[in-house]
Design a binder for this molecule. Sequence first.
Ligand code: SF4
Length: 252
Amino acid sequence: MTESNELDVSCANCSAVQARSGKTNCSTGAATSGPPRPRTCPTGTKPEVIGLAVDELRGDGEDARTARVAARVEGLGYERHDGKAHARWSRVEDTIAFARLMGYRKIGIATCVGLLDETSRLVEILEAQGFEATSVCCKAGSIDKVEVGVADGDKIRPGQFEAACNPIAQARICNEAGTHFNLIMGLCVGHDSLFNKHSDAPVSTLVAKDRVTGHNPAAVLYGRHYYRRLRSPLPLPDKGDRDESTVAQDFG
Ligand code: SF4
């Protein structure tokens, strides 16, 4: 793991420039006439890293092809009229287009048990689009959390059977099926990291789990209530501190 260098890179600092001018220096392609770069702009502070990465993107390897197809899908996701670009594709459509243009045929789906209905709709869509889909639920194997070292008191409902998520098994089952591309459907934070780590095929997240925002994590960044509250340290109760009456209905 490389140490992050918070001192010389922070694109977040550019939000003020963007709010003022509606654009950023990097998005205008005008190093001299565009809006200014902040001191922490990686274009200025990380030219070697950027140059080496650009060499890879220009190459003939799979990463270069992936990047080019992704950029093509980005363009296809808009339609142009009245001199403006208007978004026209949902993420599901982007995903179908990307998979087709990459030549993927077999799609793996690592799904949360709480999104089986959505996954079944996705499988129908993918099959209608000519793909073969293998879907694997996070609870496959039905192993109690205690059996993998989770304390009973850390369960959502202590004292009851609670199946552990097994993202490593999800990845290996997709690997065995020879999937060309894997999609994450609402895996927990951290379980998604393990799925990414153990998947042989490239992974894209179709649904990012968020139990309180309808799987729209960005809502927290827009809402004033959360924005204010989460600028103070998030209290993490010790084991046994929880009021069971407040435990939300949870399927993950
Ligand atoms: S790359 Fe530079 S110009 Fe672009 S958002 Fe980051 S800081 Fe701003």
